[in-house]
Design a binder for this molecule. Structure first.
Ligand code: NAD
Length: 416
């Protein structure tokens, strides 16, 4: 039978496994298997040629027992409600495993932002916020950037919200430009959080990261920052990187000081001088010490897991590994740092942004990084200790920590 690659079915299967180990009450399990609220709406946008195009928008507030829902908004032509449900579930577990007082949410619009003018993109972003304004806010649900959305889009959404409610409320959205109440250090936060979990893994295993080889799939916000930080913090030898157009490889390492401006200038890594071409699938199978998937879901599946050679997989992307691949990789002794732990740096600094907005007093980047390091390190060891105590893999352990905390909040509220 072929593998089920529906991300929400995967998220539910992962929860089911944790629920069985936790011996979760069946009513609680049923409640946590489904989103609490979903919004499906149309966004009519006046296009530059004066026609009106209607886009489909979604927001899922998966669970807000521990605090306001929190999660990004994606603009993608292949967006599906099940992907958003899965991502909203993972946000719930992510906020919980980091022990920050937030729930989980996610949103999206089916669109191809590359086909929109700047004016159309602004009207679409404002339209999304008009549709959701009554249901978001610093105490309800706080959106943020995700794939194909950025600080400028957050700024338009913030402005639209504040026009509607008639007052300033910067904490309604995170990932804002610094000038509008964004936090120092938000840009590289997801990658930095992931690198901190790699550092802790290396300590546990007694490994010296300097000169170890690494491959990174995806060269957007997360992948490109991971490259820079892997190089600067640990002297990792990053031999391969890629984007949606393919990858580049150099056994002697790729210098981010060269590849980052090249990728920015050319819109892709293609043709980078002094490198060999490598496909995205071959990059995943390279004989490297550390593999960092930082692009999209379902990259490590039953079709390629037995050919993966990396000893550590740091999942900066959401949902890069299917359950079947998980089983194969764990059996091979691969150490997986699961997505909702590894990539939690972004939501953690988003939470710091909300805190700074609420008391209108801003921290410098060093303080942000110190507090992020503290949170990530604590969460990493909570998961590692759970894995040891219950003799389970890291992903199951992360679920055990996270689901138990959410279930306690649900129980204390008397919902189930
Ligand atoms: P992004 O849009 O900035 O970059 C995505 C990168 O992936 C681009 O380089 C793109 O070319 C590449 N890509 C797209 N499709 C690909 C494919 N089929 N094969 C290989 N590469 C492909 O997005 P991002 O913010 O860097 O997010 C990357 C991943 O990290 C996503 O899974 C996202 O959900 C996750 N994530 C992001 C954050 C954050 O703070 N940005 C936080 C947590 C998790």
């Amino acid at each position: 039978m072929s593998e089920n690659l529906n991300p929400f079915a995967i998220a539910q299967a992962q929860l089911d496994e944790a629920a069985a180990i936790l011996q979760l009450d069946p009513d609680m399990h049923a409640f946590l298997r489904e989103p609490m609220r979903e919004f499906h709406f149309s966004i009519p946008v006046r296009m530059d040629d004066d026609s009106t195009k209607t886009f489909r928008g979604y927001r899922v507030q998966y669970n807000d027992a521990r605090g306001p829902a929190k999660g990004g908004i994606r603009f993608h032509p292949d967006e599906t409600i099940d992907t958003i449900r899965a991502l909203a579930a993972w946000m719930t577990w992510k906020a919980s495993v980091l022990d920050i007082p937030l729930g989980g949410g996610k949103g999206g619009i089916i669109c191809n932002p590359r086909e929109l003018s700047r004016g159309e993109l602004e009207r679409l972003s404002r339209g999304y916020m008009r549709a959701m304004a009554r249901y978001v806010g610093g105490t309800q649900d706080v959106p943020a950037p995700d794939v194909n959305t950025n600080p400028q889009i957050m700024a338009w959404m913030l402005d639209e919200y504040e026009l509607i409610v008639g007052h300033r409320e910067p904490g309604v959205i995170t990932g804002k430009p610094i000038e509008l109440g964004g936090s120092q250090g938000r840009g590289p936060a997801t990658a930095l959080g992931g690198l901190i979990t790699i550092r802790e893994t290396a300590k546990l295993k007694g490994m010296d990261l300097k000169g170890m080889t690494c491959a990174i799939q995806g060269y957007g916000n997360v992948g490109s920052n991971a490259h820079q930080l892997a190089h600067d913090m640990f002297g990792l030898n990053v031999v391969a990187i890629s984007d949606e157009f393919g990858g580049i490889y150099n056994v002697n390492g790729l210098d981010p000081a060269q590849t980052l401006p090249y990728s920015r200038r050319n819109g892709s890594l293609k043709g980078f001088p002094g490198s060999d071409v490598i496909s995205n699938s071959d990059l995943l199978e390279l004989d490297v010490d550390i593999l960092i998937p930082a692009a999209i879901e379902n990259q490590l599946t039953s079709a390629n897991a037995d050919r993966i050679k990396a000893k550590i997989i740091a999942e900066l992307a959401n949902g890069p590994t299917t359950p079947d691949a998980d089983n194969i990789l764990n059996a091979k002794g691969c150490y997986i740092i699961p997505d909702f732990l590894c990539n939690a740096g972004g939501v953690t600094v988003s939470y710091f942004e909300m805190v700074q907005n609420s008391y209108q007093f801003y921290w410098d980047e060093v303080l942000v990084q110190q507090r992020l390091d503290q949170k990530m390190t604590l969460a990493f060891h909570a998961v590692h200790n759970m894995a040891q105590a219950k003799n389970v893999d890291n992903r199951v352990a992360a679920y055990l920590v996270a689901v138990d905390r959410v279930a306690q909040a649900v129980r204390l509220r008397g919902w189930v």
